[in-house]
Write a protein that binds this ligand. Sequence first.
Ligand SMILES: NC(=O)c1ccc[n+]([C@@H]2O[C@H](COP(=O)([O-])OP(=O)(O)OC[C@H]3O[C@@H](n4cnc5c(N)ncnc54)[C@H](OP(=O)(O)O)[C@@H]3O)[C@@H](O)[C@H]2O)c1
Length: 482
Amino acid sequence: MSEATANIGVVGLAVMGSNLARNLASREGNTVAVFNRSRAKTDDLVAEHPEAGFVPSFSYEEFAASLQKPRTAIIMVKAGAGTDAVIDELVRVFEPGDIIVDGGNALFTDTIRREKAVRETGINFVGMGVSGGEEGALHGPSLMPGGSDESWVTLGPILRTIAAVAEGEPCVTHIGHDGAGHFVKMVHNGIEYADMQLIAEAYDLIRRGTGKSPAEIADVFAEWNHGELESYLIEITAEVLRQVDAETGKPLVDVIVDQAGAKGTGAWTVQTALDLGVPVSGIAEATFARSLSSHPEQREVSGSLPGPLESLTVDDADAFIEDVRLALFASKIVAYSQGFDEIRAGAAQYGWDIDLGAVSKIWRAGCIIRAQFLNRIADAYAQTPDLAVLLTAPYFVEALERAQGSWRRIVATAATGGIPSPAFSSSLAYYDGLRAERLPAALIQGQRDFFGAHTYKRIDRPGTFHTLWSADRTEVEAEDTH
Ligand SMILES: NC(=O)c1ccc[n+]([C@@H]2O[C@H](COP(=O)([O-])OP(=O)(O)OC[C@H]3O[C@@H](n4cnc5c(N)ncnc54)[C@H](OP(=O)(O)O)[C@@H]3O)[C@@H](O)[C@H]2O)c1
């Protein structure tokens, strides 16, 4: 049996787990125990990184014995059944007061279930969102831990040392209890989907509108990255567009099959939003756009459907590109506003006390959606913590005022030119929907009352009403059957 020399352990040594273990080992004061189901990954990691001083184990019993109390272990294994299998083993060898952290991409409802079950044994269970991919895990991820206040006391100091740092502040905060961390990570990924789709639409419009090459458009994105759009995703877009395929000499983007994959977190964000009744239309359109792209059989039979008679022509390329930039910025504001709305609604539904400003701050570095812009979101919540709609904060109102003419022109131009821009156009529709003094929802209430006696409210007096549609069409007071 090993001596209890490690203050933290990692279970699951594939790319994420091994990088996180190396990150932990590189920080002063940490001794890291490591364990993997199949022995080879442990042996390789220990052999390749002697500098890390890892404490390897080859059974769960040995792993538990190598950890100081309260034992703290981060699980980084394939989400789903793999996570449950490892939790069962750790619960078997751990003791009350110990801490099990799941750093995989778990669905937050699974985390709520697991936390409840593990808590009954006296062991703490923390679901933690980890963003930033393999590079982030190694050099500093953005970390979104949920779980109990008690586990945060032990975990907080360790996590602060390994997280990314933005303007001197570590990108980690205790998000809230049980599944709150994984919920916020899920919405982070949903926003990532929307942001990527918006950037892709901007690229497509510029390419088809101006005829510029991918390398020329890379220059446009590189320039945008010096302004209010500055972000990791804009930066890597320029890199990808500039890449030339060594085999064909063509831009790499032109030899990549145009079918976007997904690992499911975008779909979770949308499914959860539907349950919560939160309109995250930008994230939904981004998720559906990936689905549409991935049906070649449908696209093939649809290629001859009629389109506009004339293709898009742009007279002033520079002015057009500036319009696209502003449309992208405005749509991005909508996507983030919708995402934060989902977090607000999730917190209310599940009883989490989530500080939305703190969430925006821990996304400023380490994660995929890191951007300057997140400082403005933090400012907005600092000024008005209970802000009902993020995009009504003064900074965003000014930006939308500046952008809306361009945004409308771009959506109209895309529609006329037959260029799909689902995220641009749905964001604008959401914005106009929020602004509208009256919505045609009144007509929908009339229709619902007609066919289903679902009743309606009146604008001029309290109560609930029903029109006797199949009788004499007089109005009667009714019970609210919404
Ligand atoms: N890749 C990313 O950019 C990224 C970013 C954030 C979060 N994540 C999440 O981080 C986690 C790890 O990701 P990854 O890409 O490093 O690894 P992965 O490919 O998702 O999973 C492989 C690891 O899971 C272990 N495993 C699978 N089933 C197991 C079981 N029943 N019992 C014990 N161990 C089991 C494997 O052990 P064996 O070696 O024995 O097969 C291996 O260590 C996942 O939940 C992933 O969603 C990934």
